[in-house]
Design a protein around this ligand. Sequence first.
Ligand code: PMP
Ligand code: GLN
Length: 384
Amino acid sequence: MNYPNLINSKLPNIGTTIFTVMSKLAADHNAINLSQGFPDFSCNEELISLVNKYMKAGNNQYAPMAGLIGLREILSEKTEALYGAKYDPESEITITSGATQAIYTAIAAIIREGDEVIIFEPAYDCYQPAIELNGGKTIYMQLCAPDYSIDWEKVKKMINHRTKMIIINTPHNPTGSVMSIDDMLILEKLIKGTDIIIISDEVYEHIIFDNQQHQSVARFPLLAERSFIISSFGKTFHATGWKIGYCVAPKNLMTEFRKVHQFLVFSANTPIQFALAEFLKQKNNYLELGSFYQKKRDYFINAIKGSRFEIIPSAGTYFQLLNYTDLSKEKDTDYAIRLTKEFGIASIPISVFYHEKEDNKVLRFCFAKKEETLEKAAEILNKI
Ligand code: PMP
Ligand code: GLN
């Protein structure tokens, strides 16, 4: 029995995340699941053996609160080698239970009642609830068609004394767009002299195509000094179910981050941290990820070239957007559901990533799949 009016929801407008909804619908209808972003192939056998080895060796109790120092050291070396920025493994790197936890932690550590946080739409869905649970106000900026770029003039106009944070995400989920050096230099100029903090969601840092370089905020000293950079081993090592990631940030920011982290999770999975510290020594394990996924992207878009969907170029991530204006006038949410139920292929409707549910007739398909899965998916899409 429910006692009436017991709860005044803190998130009255939030339902169940689209990833849960579409993956369940795909399972219920035995559809090919290109909706939620996860690989349908196994992660590296060697990595699995390493986790096993460290579990058997008895590394099964709490890790240090900030993470295993060996893992933090190798991440510090990796960040310096790739982006030219030095982060102290003792005080500036924390291992988290996935990027989602890291993002929540950074927001909770910084945002107070009334603070404004700028995010770019279509936006990954964990930012806004975290902002609002912590009393912040989300300020939405739309990425510009057709390439989902940022209109910095508009951003400049939105910045005021209440702006406390800007969340960027490159390569970008769900659009696959990437930020350029120019974007970063403009952002640097915009925030100079303010007390704005950046969260840079870089979970797809290694999944970038066509010889482009990932523009981590770590490359830009004036951004790096006020940024939490967040990444995820789930994306990099095909192990989204392990829920392990990390945050790097200057010491003053990281001190506040850890105050929250220690009471939110205390520490992340121990044997996996040991395994990752060893696995990361082979740099090709992450440096070859871009070309690995570029082949999948190209395989998928070649296979659907003859379809009536319009292909929107993807410069990074493992997502491909398709516009279906020529196929249907239905709302994207309805169309995604119908494709799953009637045609046996599940995708993500992009309108869910806009606070006003803007519907541009675009669906997101995940191509982190075996060739045979992509081939079957293409067969279906070509017939529609
Ligand atoms: N940010 C973005 C842009 C994502 O696509 C995801 C999904 N992996 C996350 C954060 C969350 O990552 P994790 O699964 O490590 O929590
Ligand atoms: N990041 C994944 C995606 O965009 C899903 C993560 C999740 O299910 N929360 O599909």
